[in-house]
Design a binder for this molecule. Sequence first.
Ligand code: PLP
Length: 392
Amino acid sequence: MPFEQAQRIQNLPPYLFARIERLIEQKRAAGVDIISLGIGDPDQPTPEHIVQELIKEAKNPANHQYPSSAGLLDYRRAVAGWYSRRFGVELDAQSEVVTLIGSKEGIAHISWCYLNPGDTVLLPDPGYPVYAGGAVLAGAVPHYMPLQAENGFLPVLADIPSAVARKAKMMFINYPNNPTGAVAGEEFFREVVAFAREYNILVCHDAAYSEIAYDGYRPPSFLQVPGAKEIGLEFNSVSKPFNMTGWRIGWAAGCPEAVEALGRLKSNLDSGQFQAVQYAAMAGLNGPYAVVDRVNGIYRRRRDMLVEALNGLGWRLEKPRATFYVWAPVPAGYTDASFTEAMLEKAAVVITPGSGYGSAGAGYFRISLTLPTERLQEAVERIKKNIGPVKF
Ligand SMILES: Cc1ncc(COP(=O)(O)O)c(C=O)c1O
């Protein structure tokens, strides 16, 4: 029966990775050994002490009932304790932290708290697709802030027309950045705070990659900048540092008004996350940090191998200081779509075309380092053999 879909769903594009997954499935069904460098999802297992904590807490009947949708106070205290140790940021666990079913969930839902149909939202381009997805579902109109190589992939706030800035109600930023791998210093965050104060904009900083960094670099928190907590929320999760993407637990922290609004919305939508999962996430946040350093060491070696191999073929890439992504321009004679197709057809390697993250991503592609090192090596060999030296 042909049911007419709601306008908001008609406006919603299929999720970027859903298309890639379909493509991989088709090729695999045809018997092709595809290596996917497309999706950023840690390949290492969750550390054992976290798994053991889940098992212990799953056996406790006290955890079998509905959790509170704001999350266990102990979990929120663990988040606050981690912020204090890691960034020197003091948070009130009760009023300044809300538990999320993964940061993606909160990032998508926060738009419902502050955006009315027709409102303007400032979004990075290229950017993680969920910022636009949530905003479009709320009926808002995105104004894209291009992230360009010459500006270190930071948005130039002065380029936002003041008429747009006056209309904007929210801004999303994300550092360390997906897909560009760029990092931002406190100076940029200070500029964002001043801009948000001037135009009365809620800033949502997505810090999902704050713990994935190399060569001694430690990404700052947006909340460590003076005044940030009054105008901003920071989203993060245990997904990337502790290889827990499948567990679905994260948090939003910062501005108490926004924490309350998001918590109230969520209390009407979901019933929180299984408490045993919350205890397991606490074991990650409170536990030995060497597990994070170990995994970062693996990504760093893969990064070095890949970047050095691509540079040997003619690229001139700098090694990203954070995230498990390498963002690279396509060679002369290709668009990002045609290069992605050539990689798939000639080398049976899947990469993500930059324009999938927004029009300013055109001419680039993204490679993820989250697959076993031998497979990444095999992909590099295939690129050398079937794509060969390139020109720009
Ligand atoms: C930039 C960015 N933010 C947020 C997320 C969501 O992570 P999670 O929902 O697992 O916390 C991802 C996941 O890939 C991401 O790349």
